[in-house]
Design a protein around this ligand. Structure first.
Ligand code: FES
Length: 169
């Protein structure tokens, strides 16, 4: 006779309160089911869309988290990037971002401004001459693009369901 092993739902990953996504009622978040937990195994990234809102669900080593499925650099989908621990790497310019803190871990290869406004030059392979930004408005736009911090949606995991609080329209 085999003993039943109680399943323990993973916990939601806490996030900095100042990074709550706009439109969420902090006092009474309106949760709705976005996914079954079995569809988000450890290490997985998934996009779930509601209207024009694309939400990234990630099962990190520290818990389950929900953010916008938009890179803080130029809005590429993080859901088709790579997750390592709680760091997600964007598939477009290889910037990486911590889903634990909302901060950039590595600036994107195209450079730009970090959240504090510090400029980072265009990335160059090690051992090669530094790349210079080309002239023109496109280069200026790239130089002035600010990498922002992620915004988070509250999550709860209950009996195999992943519920996320979304903005009320
Ligand atoms: S869009 Fe993600 S690093 Fe540039």
């Amino acid at each position: 006779m085999s003993a039943r092993i109680a399943r323990v739902d993973p916990r939601p990953l806490p996030f900095p309160p100042e990074l709550l996504a706009p439109g969420i009622d902090r006092a009474a978040p309106a949760f709705e089911q976005l996914l079954d937990l079995q569809d988000l195994p450890p290490g997985a990234l998934r996009r779930v869309s509601r209207g024009d809102l694309d939400v990234l669900l990630a099962h990190t080593t520290d818990g389950v988290v929900a953010t916008d499925d938009r890179c803080p650099h130029m809005s590429a989908p993080l859901s088709i990037g790579e997750l390592d621990g709680c760091v997600v790497t964007c598939p477009l310019h290889m910037g990486s971002f911590s889903l634990c803190t909302g901060d950039p871990v590595q600036m994107p290869t195209t450079g730009g401004l970090d959240p504090d406004g510090v400029y980072h030059p265009t990335w160059s392979p090690s051992g090669s001459d530094p790349k210079t930004d080309p002239p023109g408005t496109k280069a200026e736009a790239r130089r002035l693009t600010r990498v922002r911090r992620l915004r988070f949606y509250p999550v709860r995991v209950v009996e195999g369901r992943i519920d996320v609080a979304l903005p009320q329209r």
